[in-house]
Ligand binder design. Sequence first.
Ligand code: ZN
Length: 319
Amino acid sequence: MHRRFDPKAHHQVTIRREVRIEGIGLHSGKPATLTLKPALPNTGIVFVRRDLEKPVAIPATFEFVTQTRLATTLGRDGVTISTVEHLLSALKLLGVDNALVEVDGPEVPIMDGSAALFCDAILSAGFFDQSVARKVAVLKKRIEVRKGDKIALIEPSNRLQIKAKIEWAHPAIGTQELSYTLGKSDFREVSKARTFGFLKDVEALKKAGLVQGGSYENAIVLDETRVVNPEGLRYSDEFVRHKVLDAIGDFALSPIPIIGNVTLVKAGHEIHAELVQSIFSNPENYEVKTLDEIESPVDSPIAVGQRVLKSARVLQGSF
Ligand SMILES: [Zn+2]
């Protein structure tokens, strides 16, 4: 069925058909697969553990975050799903509001440590305009979370813009800054940026039975002075790009998509989650509106989808 739609209206979007993604779990090192399925308007992103006798559904919202060390883990009734952030980021980057994510175990596959392969899968599934207005949480005031020298703050705006800065006393990282606007910037500015870790930490984690699937195939690995991966970096400032990718995935844990100008300094999963939590802890902090009501300058999700699909065809094979 092909419905007519207004490409300028900010409607909710789901994927057009289901798509399966296979990889390995970062912690288990064992095969992990997931299936993305279309979902009804106002569903949001919901994970489902299909391997259990009684499948458990876990909505991707901050109330269900159980852990933010190394990666973001969601849990409900003692059942968990970890490493959700890069998949959530891919869905947000491409403007998908509603989807079911069925997983066959406790981990989303790590893939190459970025969101690139998830983006490929979503693009191959295509987009479906749901003819229902997309609602957002519009901030009424500035909200800030500080932890030592880490800062995460958001100020009112009619779009979601993330400005991130990292400062790392490592010769291969140093100070890096990036600004990204959802619905305006090109998703490929951040989608291929990989997660990173230090050789000494990786060895300790492996001994502790964690990151059994971790390798040069799914992370940038650094020793004391340089990047160890033989192929080097994908972007000269890949580290801050990955931070932005993570932040988009973590902000996707909002029960209603947040818009505002975000500033992040030396931030990570934990402080991102705390910012989302403080926004939604008080209903006085925001108003729920449609993107059309606030005359948002960002492109409609379906316009983003159309642009992406067009460019994806042109650039096919470049990932
Ligand atoms: Zn990450």
